[in-house]
Design a protein around this ligand. Structure first.
Ligand code: ATP
Ligand code: MG
Length: 340
């Protein structure tokens, strides 16, 4: 890519603390001279308020055009029969891979954590064919949910994980499942992933864990893990656990990747309890922006963000409240920009 070339990208500020952490991130990217040309679009509650639709057509069109987006957390309105906006976005653009790296910056309960979680993003129990069965006069006496995993989908996410391992010098992929109980739904995942792993023999090690044991091992000895390859629901749960190992949700970035588009986001949600107070930690979304820079081949800029964050937190000791500091979102952002 020629220097100076601008890269159009969709920007979705989102709900709750979304606009605060998005502004911080865009300010940092601007200060860095990042090549993104933002197209700001609404989704979530912000879009319901403006248009009545949590996922307006213009937002979808923008992402389809740019194939690249940075997104704040989105709230799906409760009631009104809206499906999760995040899930709809993943399905719409077939963003089958959710990449969630967890790396210690500030040593806390744990040190030297460096685990990359790859979560299948459009199958499993998240497909959510859910319904109630009436019994007697109770219309919701029985709840039923069915999950769907396809061999093709399992192989695709496994291949993504192993390719990532090869490209990024990772040594081992641990397949996470519950094939002893959910023999079909997660058995197929284990089987397909083991199958794909054979193509990487000698390059990437493979092993597997039952999800409950994996959760315990992540507390007792997280350093045994290099990459985790998870079904949709298990990946959702374990990625919050990983965030806990590295100082909380304020430190955890994520990328939703497919062949048609890539959407970068923080792992955390809209955090309504601290929204509008100016205290949110922007690091998750900043690290997501660094992943976005890597994605467009600007690893040098991505590294500058990561190094800058590390220096701001460790050398300058400027930290938001969730990390035990006193800095506001803007104070942290200014300190980071100054450092850059
Ligand atoms: P949602 O329904 O949108 O997921 P939530 O109530 O589950 O919202 P999360 O955003 O998932 O909230 O976060 C859980 C808790 O972690 C929040 O109560 C919040 O205090 C804290 N938290 C999350 N993100 C951040 C952040 N960036 N900075 C500081 N604290 C955060
Ligand atoms: Mg949440």
């Amino acid at each position: 890519m020629a220097t100076g070339e601008r890269i159009p990208a969709t920007l979705i500020p989102g709900d709750g603390i979304g606009p605060e952490v998005t502004k911080a991130t865009v300010d940092v990217l601007d200060a860095l001279g990042a090549p993104f040309e933002w197209e700001t679009q609404a989704a979530g509650m912000a879009a319901v308020d403006a248009t009545g639709d949590p996922l307006p057509q213009s937002t979808l069109d923008s992402i389809r055009r740019n194939k690249l987006a940075l997104k704040g957390p989105l709230t799906t309105p409760v009631g009104g029969g809206f499906r999760s906006v995040n899930v709809r976005l993943r399905e719409e653009f077939k963003l089958y891979a959710n990449l969630r790296p967890a790396k210690t910056i500030i040593p806390g309960r744990y040190e030297n954590i460096d685990i990359v979680l790859v979560r299948e993003n459009i199958e499993g129990l998240y497909v959510a064919h859910e319904y109630f069965v009436p019994v007697g006069d109770d219309p919701r006496a029985v709840a039923v949910s069915t999950g769907v995993n396809t061999r093709e989908g399992c192989r695709r996410i496994a291949r993504y994980a192993f390719d990532y391992a090869v490209k990024n010098g990772r040594k081992k992929v641990t397949i996470v499942h519950k094939a002893n109980v959910l023999k079909a739904l997660t058995g197929i995942f284990l089987e397909a992933a083991r199958d794909v792993a054979k193509e990487y023999a000698g390059r990437v090690e493979v092993d597997d864990r039952i999800v409950d044991a994996c959760a315990m091992q992540l507390v007792l000895n997280p350093w045994q893990f290099d990459m985790l390859l998870c079904t949709n629901l298990f990946g959702d749960i374990l990625s919050d656990q990983l965030a806990g190992l590295i100082g909380g949700l304020g430190m955890a970035p994520g990328a939703n990747i497919g062949d048609q588009a890539a959407i970068f986001e923080a792992v955390h949600g809209s955090a309504p309890d601290i929204a509008g107070k100016g205290v949110a930690n922007p690091v998750s979304l900043l690290l997501a922006a660094a992943m976005m820079l890597d994605h467009v081949g600007k690893q040098d800029l991505g590294n500058r963000i990561r190094n800058g964050i590390q220096a701001t937190l460790l050398e300058h000791n400027v930290r938001t409240r969730d990390l035990g500091g006193t800095a506001s979102t803007t104070e942290f952002t200014s300190a980071l920009i100054k450092r850059l």
